[in-house]
Design a binder for this molecule. Structure first.
Ligand code: AVJ
Length: 328
């Protein structure tokens, strides 16, 4: 693997279009089951809507994970020990990062994010909260191997990947990500990762289809974004939000379902959808204790400790970088 260095992360063509966004949308809409990667939810409006989702009564993951971090911080800190450089995958704008940093006496904080402006703004807020802690933001696509700043080369690393964002990836992609985290963080590294749990189907469906319709707006905002940024004319009013439980894969799926036959263009390419046909916009994988351990092992991480909230809705796992081995 070659590490990325100072590359331009968002490529725009002459008319200012994000070329990766356009490529993903055009390819995804041409598939038999239309599908668009969930990462494109997060424009400014989508990021604000996600913040609103985390406040919803039905959306338990944020509250549950925050509960674990605040009630178990002494135990977590005892296992992690002082002096690690904390490398956060996706820069923390949440309350979770300060909870971790104030518990463990880190040597440095390295937030990694693809959104440079957002990254620098939230890094500045954190640096202010923790005077004396070196904060070294790195603009990078964390799905790939990242070269960490030379300032933190000598420190042992703690990767931090909260929110169960790992659940947005299918198993193959999640394994690739865990392996590249292992390569980025090096021997002796620890990883503290949030993993959402399989639970009652009604609870899961409500968390992804709330009564106030915030998640519906979050999902539909993707179509609005396509129309605005990619010269689209998708009839957004003829799409409706749907959350489905896929029991074979143990995941919540979000879809945008056409309520009647529709036709539209995106960047000059024509598409059609029959009534009832959908665009698959997100997977949110749910795990059991065992399935999370299998995934971590496949990605080169050995679970060392695991905590859940009092209602056992969500888990936080501390894992250690596995040493290469060829025998059982
Ligand atoms: C940010 C990926 C953890 O899957 O629960 C929330 C995103 N989508 N509601 C999740 C999301 C719909 C969220 N993650």
């Amino acid at each position: 693997m070659t590490a990325q260095t100072g590359l331009k992360l968002v490529e725009r063509d002459a008319s200012g279009v994000d070329t990766a966004f356009r490529a993903d949308v055009l390819a995804g809409l041409a598939e038999p089951q239309k599908a668009i990667p969930a990462r494109w939810f997060y424009d400014d409006a989508g990021s604000a809507l996600f913040e609103d989702i985390t406040q919803l009564a039905e959306y338990y993951p944020t509250r549950a994970e925050t509960e674990i971090l605040s009630t178990r911080s002494a135990e977590i800190a005892g296992l992690i020990g002082p002096g690690r450089a904390v490398v956060e995958f996706g820069s923390g704008s949440s309350v979770k990062t300060p909870l971790l940093l104030s518990a463990i006496q880190p040597s440095a904080y390295v937030p990694l994010d693809i959104a440079g402006d957002f990254l620098r703004a939230s890094a500045a807020v954190l640096a202010k909260k923790f005077p004396g802690l070196p904060v070294c933001p790195v603009e990078a696509d964390f799905m790939r191997l990242v070269e960490l700043p030379a300032d933190v080369a000598e420190f042992p690393k703690l990767g931090f990947f909260p929110g169960s964002t790992i659940g947005n990836m299918i198993a193959r992609t999640a394994t690739d990500l865990l392996r590249s985290m292992r390569a980025t963080l090096g021997d002796g590294a620890l990883l503290l990762i949030g993993i959402d749990l399989v639970k009652d189907e009604d609870v899961l469906l409500a968390a992804y289809d709330d009564a106030a319709g915030v998640t519906a707006r979050f999902n539909l905002n993707l179509a609005t974004r396509i129309n605005r940024e990619l010269e689209g004319d998708i009839p957004v009013a003829k799409l409706r939000h749907e959350a489905r439980w896929n029991d074979v894969f143990a995941r919540i799926e979000m879809h945008l379902v056409a309520s009647e036959d529709i036709a539209f263009a995106v960047s000059g390419t024509r598409f059609a959808m029959r009534a009832g046909e959908s665009i698959h916009t997100e997977n949110s994988q749910k795990f059991t204790k065992r399935s999370s351990q299998v995934l971590l092992a496949a990605g080169g991480w050995e679970p060392r400790a695991r905590w859940t909230d009092a209602a056992k809705q969500f888990s936080l796992v501390l894992a250690e970088a596995a040493r290469p081995r060829s025998a059982p």
